[in-house]
Ligand binder design. Sequence first.
Ligand code: GLN
Length: 187
Amino acid sequence: MPVGILALQGDFREHAQLLNGMGVETRLVRKPGELDSIDGLVIPGGESTTIGKLADRYGLLEPLRRVVRSGVPTLGTCAGLIFLAAGTTGPAQIHLGVLDVVVERNAFGRQVDSFEAELDVTGLVDPLHAVFIRAPVIDKAGADVEILATVENDPVMVRQGNIIATSFHPELTGETRVHTLMLNQEG
Ligand code: GLN
């Protein structure tokens, strides 16, 4: 079965290209029915307020929650992390609320819109080259949330059950190990 990629806004094509290059079949998801029979779910980077509003408009919020809660391996990158979260430290916006974290959006400051870093990631042998673009950090994490990587003590990659979420964009650097970790999760 394919991996579904939420394709409302953001860099869903980059996720599809990366997964296809790994030999994984993908399906772009814009309607609830397109969430049926998928082996994984990816929520891309982009603009989390827009993704939330469009998901609400297209009736995707409850179907997405059901899929994630059913144990389907799920990956959210950057805006995807924010959309999966319980909330943000800023103004209210639409979230799935399936990942027990509170995030701070654009947390690395406006002067430094983007940067790159070498991360030590729990479960990976070699460092991971990560690209951060107007990235969030995880401000609070619940007891079930495992922190897999940090930047200056701020969590930037977490796992909770079948969900992996990153502040950075593995889909932009040809990095396949994060997607592999996600696909190998058990629900
Ligand atoms: N700053 C964006 C947001 O808050 C996320 C940026 C990204 O996905 N690269 O939604």
